[in-house]
Design a binder for this molecule. Structure first.
Ligand code: ADP
Ligand code: MG
Length: 395
């Protein structure tokens, strides 16, 4: 069995310069960090390296600047917040690589942080360009990847750079891999997965992978309507992807032939439009009016999903049960979140919107593990190789 290299594998880092790939892709508002969860999540690894006497060169992407400088996506606000969180000086640079970066890193005191500019300001980052990786590696002696949320991308700061200097996973990455490996390979049973969210096309891969692994698969959110419509259920104007109906039917057949319950909503909350004021009603799944949009799962569905979750040894949840951003359609997500939070089993929640929903409901602390990667955690559970993890495995 190959093993993930961790900070221990780097040996003593006192006096060395360590490039740390972080996930500082945080929401900004009015030039400040609106939610610093990801910055706080990076602190354990950064503090451990700094306490050991390393100089940390932190780097991250932010948003989608598409390979050029975009003033909206500079990391200055991140640097300000990072300095507060770490309680150590952070020298935010306006460049990513080059002479000025080398000078700043070489003159930085051990125990201090240099923060590079947004990696995606350089088009070579997303191209996994070896030349760009060499420039990133030039001022450092080791590399640590703590950006699990970017591990499914073969980008220069995730992949190519890790081949140039001694490299290892940070604590956040390490914990993600430990928890997700356990639920992928050796979950305590019964293993119940709950999937929701908007696009069935995003989730079919994980649906198929989970059918082989779980004891029950509960599906809500808009994605449920494609599964229902694929079986001829009238879903009104609910969000569907008809070009995926064949895939939905194949998944339903696969679940059936393996005798894995794949459960869809029994009732839904419908409205003519997705607003707080719209008149809404709860209807049985076989009674959706033709002009209505299904925007949440109903109470009978919540109760039956909650019963299954209560018995679970492991719960993996990705994707809200409805359009929870609109309070009128948040009840299903709230009910399922409460059931997951109350579960005595190992509970793991992944996905940006799912975690945002848990936080809004004040239930984030009741879950065993909040996975910081949406796409990355789904691909991991699917059993796919993630470039950013593969490169950190010992052969
Ligand atoms: P995550 O970020 O947790 O992976 P997704 O991005 O897949 O989740 O899905 C979240 C989105 O799905 C939310 O914006 C939510 O409003 C939307 N959604 C869930 N159910 C419905 C529905 N019935 N109709 C329309 N949108 C929905
Ligand atoms: Mg999302």
């Amino acid at each position: 069995m190959s093993r993930l290299r961790t900070l221990e594998d780097l040996g003593a880092v006192g006096g060395s310069r360590v490039l740390v790939r972080c996930d500082f892709n945080v929401p900004l508002a009015d030039g400040a960090v609106a939610d610093d969860t990801r910055i706080r999540a990076a602190a354990p690894t950064l503090s451990e390296l700094l306490d050991a006497g390393a100089t940390v060169v932190a780097c991250s992407h932010l948003g989608r600047p598409k390979g050029k400088v975009d003033e909206r996506y500079r990391l200055d606000a991140v640097g300000v917040r990072l300095q507060d969180v770490l309680g150590r000086p952070v020298d935010k640079l306006d460049e990513i690589t080059g002479e000025s970066v080398r000078d700043a890193v070489e003159s930085a005191a051990p125990g201090s942080v240099v923060l590079l500019e947004n990696l995606r300001f350089d088009p070579r980052e997303e191209q996994d360009d070896p030349g760009f990786a060499a420039e990133l590696a030039a001022p450092v002696t080791a590399y640590v990847d703590d950006a699990f949320g970017a591990a499914h991308r073969a980008h220069a700061s995730v992949d190519a750079v890790a081949r140039l200097v001694p490299s290892a996973a940070g604590r956040l990455m390490q914990r993600e891999v430990e928890v997700l490996t356990q639920i992928r390979d050796d979950p305590r049973r019964p293993f119940v997965a709950i999937l929701g969210g908007a696009k069935v096309s995003d989730k079919l891969g994980v649906v198929n992978a989970l059918i082989d692994r779980v004891d029950a698969l509960l599906i809500g959110g808009a994605m449920a309507f494609s599964f229902l419509a694929a079986q001829g259920v009238e879903v009104g104007r609910s969000l569907v992807e008809p070009d995926r109906y064949d895939d939905c039917r194949s998944a339903l057949d696969a679940a059936k032939s393996r005798a894995i319950p794949l459960r869809l909503p029994d009732d839904v909350v419908v409205a003519p439009e997705a607003t707080e004021e719209a008149p809404r009603e709860t209807v049985s799944i076989d009674a959706i009016p033709s002009g209505a949009i299904g925007l949440d799962v109903g109470p009978a569905t919540v109760a039956s999903f909650a019963d299954t979750v209560r018995e679970a040894g492991t719960v993996f949840w990705n994707g809200p049960m409805g359009m929870f951003e609109v309070e009128a359609f948040a009840e299903g997500t709230r009910g399922v979140a409460a059931a997951v939070a109350a579960s005595a089993g190992m509970t793991v929640v992944g996905g940006g919107d799912s975690i945002a929903a848990l936080r809004r409901l004040g239930l984030a602390d009741a879950v065993d593990h909040l996975s910081t990667g949406g796409g990355a955690s789904l691909e991991f559970i699917e059993g796919r190789e993630l470039p950013g993890i593969a490169v950190l495995m010992e052969d």
